[in-house]
Design a protein. Structure first.
Lengths: 510, 374, 312
């Protein structure tokens, strides 16, 4: 019997990046299939192609052995494919039943019969153990229940294939367990399920089969029962190390940046950082490893007071900066290179010169309150020279710079204010090899100059190459801190996937 | 077979592309306007010729153009300050009115028998500017405060404030400021407070000079000063502004104060230079047309000045054309607004690239095949 | 006794006028609700009303039929809003900018076409208007009868449109989709709803309604066209939508409040009361400013209002 879904040789490019490179993927009936990979491995892209949200460049999709043209979400829905996105696709001001029937063409005539829909919904929710009141407004429901609504939405459309993108990211362990019960029961019912995730423990707990993607390609597809967490971790992150950064051993100095018991909420008001303690010392790079979305961005923003701190303190030397304005952070010697170069770190419509002075515009103003253009041009030229920015023109519009050159401008600007500590977030994301090396060199140079550096990165390779000590963050908590020389790819990978340090050590011992 | 027209992922942003798209918009709008002259039995070329001649080429007409341009420039400058900071303010009509009202009030105070008494013009004018700007700044500042402190919607609140200003002026001219025994209007302002005529034999008054000074000031402030840098950064990207240590809320309020102050100067210029009294229906949309000219001028002070002069000249020409040839002046409203709408729509055009089928076969050019690249 | 009579006569006259004046405001507000519920702030209804007014005047004058005038106004409104929808949805230009400029364009167009057809005619020409029809029995109810049931067919139709709008918005698939698109276009799109199509529908409904509302002023109130006939009533409709919290029934109440304030200042001017009439006129605007200021918390506007959406 043909598998429910077969994807053959799928290729998808975004501008110059190949997100899916000749991907083969299939899901059988009644199978729970995990799709594993790091950020940017191409798993979400693949699933969005299957769901009709992206058009593939080449390849074909078969449903129950028959070629299927899926060009719109509607085609996918009609073919019995349903997807639950990481960010729930619910209208918060609609009731549960309105959310479930919206977009459906069921029933004759132009009217919606919400009452009849509610009755059917009630039946479905009872049959599958998904308790929910059809008439409640979605915005009043806890996240776990909202997910139930998403599942019911698919069941109401009688989806034969359910794709769940990072379904447990927002759930508590208890809710996760409940979700898994439902999924097992749905699979027993003959439905196919794909879980997109990077959490190894959950894969072991729920899936029948795992497909591992890396850099847009399928690396392996294995039966879960014949694999192990260890093997999966290696498959997921264990690429050939293509880059090496050389750095001399250097004893760390006094504590510079201290973060004590920090609690931060994300934009929805849920806890994103839950009691983080970190200390970064003079002349040291502390690498904060972790899969994206585990509270790193919120942590960095909270340190700079770009996001309110719920609880805890941020100290730079003896100065408490918890409630200080971002400008005061700069003044006291804390610099920040944000992850989002184009939307936070720079002003893409302005010149390199205007970008080079962002945050220190006061220093480039004369007594009349006017900008000192000569001084700005001189400073920008200096920055361009020192960091080898191309083109070498301070009037060039920053938005037209390549990612690497733009990052050099941002990093250069932050470094040139001679701060005591620098937070560097995802500094090489999307850069080419040459630019990565340049950025790494500069980060190491700053460490050697005695700066305290907090390097936040989802790239394990980067962390292992640069950091003197490595902390791993998972769901807003620090899972462990190890000396870089004692760290192994596997142990860090395990912690990144939510296994505690104790577990990781045990693994190593055995 | 290659498609003749391909869709780009980002719009073409080169100077040529933008200039071409803008030029096309202007031509298209003028063509549509020209067609509208036909039912009236006029030759479009002659109509346009007469129009530009009346607005720009006669001494008297040029004077009128300057009179009409002054408030448009000031409103446009206010628009630039607000919109460049990301403050989508639409309340310029209201600012103009309250500025006109306060200037009227102040002018009446320096009349014979007023609370202050006669002042030399050189003392009066700076004070009047100050009074008008303060009123407008407070008027727009309220909306700015609502937005930056309470997250209010400035689009709606500023629109509504326009009507409150209209009724305020109506109240003033029918109550406290009403001249005895006349239609609802304030008493005539003392002649010593009128803006002097600057071009012999025309109506052109010193208002245009005030507008020009303001344009230079806004240019310096916005594009050459630290505050301006922070305003522009706030408008371009509030996230980056906060990251750069800029207090976004306070910059929005500064923008509101500036915008209100400049727009209220337009009101002062109108009462001291044209009407010489406060009347109901003083503005008739100047507060909105000023926004349009600022947009046509790409939110740059120099651009806004040029666009305002063109707009004013075309309006003056159109009025003359209507008086003399009986052609509808409204065509010019249509042409002017169509230009802006087409410029906006031409952004869509820039998403498309034309690929001439001949290009791949141009001799002497080596084309790599897909296989050849690997 | 006598003062009671005077008072009740005044009340009835006042409220009847309030209902009459509320008609066009309510009509364009009802349409605007559909545009805004789909995520488009259509500031262009002010200009669309003017286009509707001139179209209805010219056609009613030619045909002698107010019904034809109304139809022409709706068609003109639809045509105008098709252009607006294209600018808002397909071009994705800034909605406020487009709306504001369109209003100036509409002023030019209305004035142009009026001159084109009426240029040679001297003196204003009055048209055949909708006449008030007292509804049997209902109009005899004390107080309520004269206030509600002695109006034109046009106004009765507007009254009927309130529950119709409510029904479409809350009880039909179209309404559900429209609201979904205005709240969360991404979610709507993943559920298979075409965001663009719904937004076009929303803007077109608002255009037809605004055109008809413009014709109301001609066909049921004034009988003559002049360029200042709309005088900001489109903007008032925007305020009514906000005051009515994007709900047709509440919008009807809000329109009544605006109409009542307008009618009251007219009466007060007759009665020479000490209160400045402008204060009453300004009151609804003042209330709108406060409602939208954020002082009383966020008004519950559709989440995606004024947010362009581009399918990935």
């Amino acid at each position: 019997m043909a598998p429910f879904l077969t994807a053959r040789q799928i290729v998808k490019r975004f501008a110059s990046v190949v997100a899916n490179d000749r991907v083969d993927f299939d899901v059988g009936r009644g199978e729970i299939h995990a799709l594993l990979g790091e950020n940017g491995a191409g798993k979400s892209t693949l699933m969005q192609i299957v769901y009709g949200q992206y058009a593939m460049d080449s390849g074909e999709i078969l449903i129950e052995g028959q070629p299927a043209r899926i060009r719109h979400t509607r085609d996918a829905i009609d073919r019995g494919i349903g997807m639950i996105h990481q960010e729930f696709m619910l209208v918060r001001r609609f009731s549960v039943v309105e959310n479930v029937v919206m977009g459906l063409d069921a029933g004759k005539g132009p009217m919606v019969d919400l009452k009849a829909a509610a009755v059917r919904l009630k039946e479905l929710s009872q049959r599958h153990g998904l308790q929910v009141d059809p008439w409640q407004l979605v915005e009043h429901l806890p996240v776990g229940v909202q997910q139930r609504v998403e599942i019911l939405k698919l069941l109401y459309r009688d989806a034969r294939l359910l794709i769940l993108d990072e379904p447990t990211a927002v759930l508590t362990p208890q809710e996760t367990e409940a979700l898994f019960c439902v999924l097992r029961e749905l699979a027993a019912d003959g439905r196919s399920i794909v879980i997109v995730t990077h959490k190894l423990k959950e894969i072991m707990a729920i899936s029948d089969r795992v497909t591992i993607m890396r850099d847009g390609r399928v690396v392996a597809s294995v039966k879960t029962s014949e694999s192990s967490e260890d093997e999966l971790a290696r498959l997921m992150v264990g690429r050939d190390v293509s880059l090496r950064a050389s750095k001399a051993a250097r004893p760390a100095g006094r504590d510079v940046l201290r973060i004590e018991g920090l609690h931060v909420a994300d934009h929805r008001g849920h806890s994103a950082v839950a009691g983080v303690d970190l200390t970064v010392r003079e002349g040291e790079i502390l690498g904060l490893a972790g899969v994206d979305g585990n509270g790193q961005s919120e942590l960095a923003e909270a340190i700079m007071n770009l996001r309110p701190v719920r609880q805890g303190r941020v100290l730079l030397g003896d100065i408490d900066l918890t409630c200080a304005s971002p400008a005061e952070h700069h003044r006291h010697g804390l610099a920040y290179v944000p992850a989002d170069r184009r939307h936070v770190g720079s002003l893409t419509d302005l010149s390199i010169g205007r970008n080079a002075i962002l945050g220190r515009q006061g220093a480039f103003t004369n007594g009349m309150g006017l900008m000192d253009e000569q001084k700005i041009a001189g400073f920008a030229s200096g920055l361009i020279e020192r960091f080898d920015v191309r083109p070498r023109n301070p009037a060039y519009i920053a938005g037209k710079l390549s990612g690497g050159n733009l990052q050099k401008v941002i990093l250069g600007r932050e470094v040139m204010r001679d701060p005591a500590a620098i937070i560097v977030e995802q500094p090489t994301r999307g850069l080419d090899v040459g630019a990565i090396e340049a950025v790494w060199r500069e980060i190491i140079a700053q460490r050697d100059a005695g700066k305290a550096i907090l390097l936040i990165s989802a790239e394990l390779e980067e962390i292992l190459n640069l950091a003197d000590r490595i902390a791993v963050i998972y769901e807003g908590r620090i899972m462990g801190i190890v000396e870089a020389k004692d760290a192994s790819l596997a142990s860090i990978g395990m912690m990144m996937a939510g296994a505690g340090q104790a577990d990781a050590d045990l693994e190593k011992a055995s | 077979m290659r498609k003749l027209i391909e869709r780009r992922t980002t719009p073409a942003a080169s100077f040529t592309a933008v200039a071409l798209a803008t030029g096309l918009s202007v031509v298209l709008a003028l063509v549509i306007g020209g067609l509208l002259f036909l039912p009236f039995g006029a030759n479009p070329f002659q109509a346009y010729g007469a129009l530009f001649e009346a607005g720009f080429a006669t001494w008297r007409g040029f004077g009128f153009t300057l009179v009409k341009a002054a408030p448009l420039i000031l409103i446009g400058l206010g628009t630039i300050c607000a919109w460049r900071t990301g403050f989508a303010y639409l309340g310029f009509e209201g600012c103009l009115l309250v500025g006109a009202a306060s200037a009227t009030w102040f002018s009446l105070q320096v009349a014979e028998g007023g609370a202050i008494g006669p002042l030399p013009f050189a003392v009066f004018l700076p004070l009047a500017v100050l009074v008008a700007m303060l009123t407008g700044a407070v008027w727009a500042g309220i909306v700015g405060l609502f937005k930056s402190r309470f997250g209010g919607n400035e689009v709606i609140t500023s629109l509504m404030m326009n009507y409150i200003a209209i009724f305020l002026v109506q109240y003033l001219v029918s109550g406290p400021l009403r001249a005895k025994g006349e239609l609802p209007a304030s008493p005539r302002l003392p002649q010593e407070t009128w803006l002097p005529v600057i071009l012999e034999g025309t109506r052109a008054h010193a208002g245009i000079l005030i507008a020009m000074v303001a344009a230079v000031a806004v240019w310096l402030l916005l594009l050459r000063s630290r505050v301006g840098y922070e305003l522009v950064v706030t408008g371009l990207n509030p996230k980056a502004a906060r990251y750069g240590g800029i207090n976004v809320g306070s910059r929005q309020i500064i923008a509101a104060l500036l915008a209100g102050g400049l727009a209220s100067l337009a009101g002062m210029v109108e009462v001291l230079g044209v009407h010489h009294r406060l009347v109901d229906g003083l503005s008739e949309g100047t507060g909105f047309i000023g926004i349009v000219t600022a947009l046509l001028g790409k939110l740059h002070p120099l651009g806004a000045v040029i666009a305002a002069l063109l707009y004013a000249g075309m309006s003056v020409g159109a009025d003359a054309m209507q008086r003399q040839a009986g052609l509808p002046a409204s065509v010019i409203f249509i042409v002017q607004s169509l230009i802006v709408l087409f410029v906006l729509a031409s952004d869509l055009l820039r998403y498309y690239a034309i690929r001439w089928p001949s290009t791949p076969c141009r001799p002497g050019r080596v084309i790599m095949t897909e296989a050849g690249r690997k | 006794m006598e003062s009671d009579l005077v008072l009740s006569t005044f009340l009835v006259a006042w409220l009847a006028a309030a209902v009459r004046l509320a008609g066009p405001l309510l009509l364009s507000a009802l349409g605007e609700i559909f545009a805004e519920r789909s995520g488009i702030l259509n500031v262009g209804i002010e200009g669309t009303m003017l286009i509707g007014a001139v179209a209805s005047y010219l056609v009613a004058l030619q045909t002698g039929s107010p019904v034809m005038g109304l139809l022409a106004a709706m068609l003109a409104g639809l045509a105008a809003s098709l252009f607006l929808a294209w600018m808002y949805v397909s071009v994705q230009a800034n909605q406020v900018v487009v709306g504001i400029i369109f209003n100036i364009l509409a002023l030019g167009l209305a004035s142009y076409f009026y001159r084109l057809f009426m240029g040679g005619v001297s003196g204003p020409q009055k048209i055949v208007m909708f006449e008030p029809i007292a509804i049997p029995f209902l109009s005899e109810i004390p107080l309520l009868g004269p206030i509600l049931f002695r109006h034109t067919v046009f106004l009765y139709a507007v009254m009927l449109l309130v529950p119709v709008a409510g029904f479409v918005l809350y009880r039909t698939k179209l309404g559900l989709r429209l609201r979904a698109v205005g709240e969360n276009p991404r979610a709507a799109s993943t559920a298979g709803i075409s965001v663009s199509a719904m937004r076009y529908v929303g803007v077109l409904i608002s255009g037809a309604a605004a055109g008809a509302a413009g014709s109301y002023l001609i066909l049921a109130q004034v009988g003559l066209f002049r360029e200042t006939i709309i005088a900001g009533q489109g903007f008032i409709a925007l305020a009514i939508v906000i005051f009515g919290r994007w709900n047709p029934y509440k919008a009807a109440l809000a329109a009544l409040v605006f109409g009542a304030a307008d009618a009251l200042q007219l009466s007060l001017q007759l009665f020479q009361v000490g209160l400045p009439p402008q204060l009453l006129l300004a009151l609804p605007y003042l209330l709108t400013v406060i409602a939208m200021s954020g002082l009383l918390g966020k008004a519950n506007q559709p989440d995606a209002l004024m947010m362009p959406y581009r399918r990935e």
